[in-house]
Ligand binder design. Structure first.
Ligand code: M6R
Length: 369
């Protein structure tokens, strides 16, 4: 059942190109419009929406953080992203014009379920993004967009995360389509980009041997830091979460712009720091700023592990280890940038003798608070 892989996690990492492609399948018509019939919330209701609130936990929360960039950019709607466990114990401001998006692989996460119940009680419309047919969260939502990752067995979420991202992009574009802030030709262009991402993920997977070797060489370390900005920031958080879960190492993700506000004090000799570099073509200002960050931390002794686009030569002089990812539109970059971080964490776990598919103290779905 592991299909020749040592662990389900390795199998699930390898399945990502297909999972991404499957999640797009049948959701775009020949003319390039999105046909998300599953989103049964009527168009007139979606046109009235004045705020999007995303609730989720763990890795699904990171997908939500990335979705915020896409939703704000493509729909111009304000979007908040909340840890489900925090949301339900505040007094969130919700009404019938709020669209709540609940993201959950299992569809059984208690905190997310409670958050969506709370949202519906306030009159908000709830759309679930879920990987498990017929599970509780979609059953209790107004509508569901299923991710087609197939069953995810390993506790550490990988392919479900990539498909959650795809679903979030689709929801953002669909909202744009319905509300008229996104025009057919633009949607077509993004959809074309999304369709080619599956191949890009495949190419990343083919180049992972140096990442594995690097991970093995770091097996004795105690701490790894992750930096990113813009959509690379949630990617950094996800890389750190994977490492905590699997390698039981101290790992933290930071927004690179925050370095000077504290985290730079942590930098010491030979400390591994993974940096997710934004595309130099997209927001070039952010790219240049992060190149400066890499210089700053390296000058203080950090061992820099740099994830950057093919052809981005500006980072090369400051990278102790350079991991290349295919050129991808800025908002979609997390789909390729996350993959090396999954492989990195999985290999470190193996090198440290940890149980990859069943990390200690964790359950695949957290059905208690
Ligand atoms: O099933 P869900 O997506 O609701 O689960 C949410 C989190 O428990 C989950 O993503 C967890 O953080 C994973 N173990 C991360 O790898």
């Amino acid at each position: 059942e592991k299909g020749g892989y040592d662990y389900f996690m390795l199998k699930e990492i390898a399945e990502q190109p297909k999972a991404v492609a499957d999640t797009l399948l049948g959701r775009i018509d020949g003319a390039g419009s999105l046909t998300l019939d599953e989103v049964r919330i009527p168009a007139n209701v979606l046109r009235e929406v004045d705020k999007v609130v995303i609730v989720a936990c763990g890795t699904a929360f990171h997908a939500g953080l990335i979705a915020k960039y896409a939703i704000e950019h493509w729909t111009r709607l304000p979007c908040e992203v909340e840890l489900a466990s925090e949301f339900r114990y505040r007094d969130p401001i919700l009404d019938q014009q709020t669209l709540v998006v609940a993201i959950s692989q299992s569809g059984e996460t208690m905190d997310t379920l409670m958050a969506l119940r709370h949202a519906r009680e306030q009159g908000a419309h709830v759309l679930a993004i879920c990987n498990t047919n017929g599970s509780t969260i979609p059953r209790e939502s107004d509508a569901v967009l299923y991710t087609h990752a197939g069953p995810e067995v390993a506790v550490a979420s990988t392919k479900a995360f990539l498909t959650q991202l795809v679903a979030c992009y689709l929801v953002a574009l669909y909202l744009g389509q319905v509300r008229g802030t996104k025009w057919a030709d633009e949607i077509r262009a993004v959809v074309r980009d999304l369709s080619s991402v599956s191949g890009a993920v495949d190419r990343v997977l083919e180049t992972m041997e140096p990442v594995r070797a690097l991970a093995r060489s770091l097996a004795e370390k105690n701490t790894v830091l992750f930096l990113g900005r813009h959509v690379g920031y949630p990617v950094a958080l996800e890389g750190a979460l994977k490492l905590k879960e699997l390698a039981y190492m101290h790992a933290e993700g930071f927004a690179a712009g925050e370095l000077k506000h504290g985290p730079i004090a942590l930098i010491e000799d030979d400390l591994p720091v993974v940096v997710v570099v934004p595309s130099p073509r997209g927001r070039s200002v952010l790219h240049d700023k992060i190149v400066s960050n890499i210089q700053e931390i390296r000058a203080r002794g950090a061992r820099t592990i740099v994830i950057a686009e093919e052809g981005d030569e500006a980072v090369a002089p400051y990278a102790d280890h350079l991991i290349r990812i295919p050129v991808t539109p800025t908002l979609l970059q997390p789909l390729v940038a996350t993959v090396p971080l999954q492989v990195f964490a999985c290999e470190l776990a193996t090198a440290r003798g940890n149980e990859v598919d069943q990390p200690r103290n964790l359950a695949k779905s957290v059905t208690v608070e």
